[in-house]
Design a binder for this molecule. Structure first.
Ligand SMILES: C[S@@+](CC[C@H](N)C(=O)[O-])C[C@H]1O[C@@H](n2cnc3c(N)ncnc32)[C@H](O)[C@@H]1O
Length: 291
């Protein structure tokens, strides 16, 4: 399974093994309207991907991985490591950087990270953004309301595993023809692709917290569900990822709407039981399909 070095919030890597068997294998064109790191469509057979997202920096990153070989991206990162003086345990070993408990490499990378953040926020370049993700806390990508990158320094550096994910992710893009767009999900252009097209939707979730969920309202949810009904009326196949319950909250709008489609419960332990009777705090993840 292809993973991404971006560790994008809400990415579907852990759920892929449950989602992929539920998706069609004989489609040539896949549209991801809320692409994020696009892990679902990159792991499908389809050759042609239409990746859309509202986030411009995210699309710039995807484009960077599509246009460049993994080796070139690693070279870019090595240059930034040298320029800013970041730790490089891959080259010099962990013993070169004696760590205190719990703080990992953060004390070595704090000042270089601050400088990199300032440089990026003044003149954003995609290479700098990927380096910020590598050296940032949990590899997060977050911007404040003014659009400034605001993640604190992390505890790790550009490890062997992150380098491998970089190569794997860049290679996965090379196997596809990708068309990128930066449209709101309501834009009719997203629903006019000709031919046999499959739609996968992984929108912000109404009842969980990820940075982009804060801006997702009941109005958005209803608009999306009505678009899905339109696709269904046109005979277009879709799959929608979501959660129906999380932290004691239920998404009643979704639960009611989904009655006309097929709801697949991804948490294995709830597949044969009525999850509503159990006292559970973990999110109940579903894939809703119209086929
Ligand atoms: C749950 S994430 C997708 C994660 C993705 N499946 C992955 O594996 O990385 C939801 C995405 O929807 C995007 N988004 C939020 N509001 C949007 C809108 N109005 N139109 C299009 N995309 C939007 C966010 O920027 C975010 O990347």
């Amino acid at each position: 399974m292809i993973n991404s070095p971006l560790n994008y919030s809400g990415n579907k890597y852990k759920a892929l093994k449950d989602i992929l068997p539920l998706l069609p294998t004989d489609v040539d064109h896949v549209v991801e309207v809320f692409s994020g790191s696009a892990l679902v469509s990159l792991n499908m057979n389809a050759k042609n991907l239409y990746l859309n997202d509202i986030s411009i920096p995210l699309l710039q990153l995807l484009h960077y991985f599509y246009e460049n070989d993994g080796e070139k991206i690693i070279q870019d990162m090595e240059q930034i490591i040298l320029d800013y003086g970041f730790t490089d345990t891959y080259r010099y070993g962990i013993r070169s950087y004696p760590e205190k408990k719990h703080e990992g490499l953060s004390k070595f990378n704090k000042d270089p990270y601050q400088k990199l953040k300032e440089d990026y926020n003044v003149a954003p370049r995609v290479e700098l953004l990927f380096a910020l993700i590598i050296y940032g806390f949990n590899h997060y990508m977050r911007f404040n309301r003014n659009g400034l990158f605001n993640v604190p320094v992390g505890k790790v550096d550009f490890s062997t595993s992150l380098r491998n994910k970089t190569i794997q992710y860049a290679d996965a893009f090379k196997k596809k023809n990708v068309h990128f767009s930066n449209l709101d999900f309501r834009d009719p252009k997203l629903y006019q692709y000709p031919g046999r097209v499959f739609y996968y939707f992984d929108p912000p979730y109404l009842i969980t917290d990820a940075p982009y969920n804060a801006y997702w309202s009941e109005e958005d949810e209803k608009d999306l569900l009505s678009i899905l009904d339109d696709l269904n009326a046109r005979g277009v196949f879709f799959a929608l990822s979501n959660v129906v319950k999380s932290n004691g909250k239920e998404n009643l709008i979704l639960i009611e709407w989904a009655k006309k489609y097929h709801v697949h419960y991804l948490n294995r332990q709830y597949r044969n039981a009525n999850y509503r009777r159990k006292n559970i705090t973990e999110a109940i993840e579903v894939l809703i399909t119209n086929y």
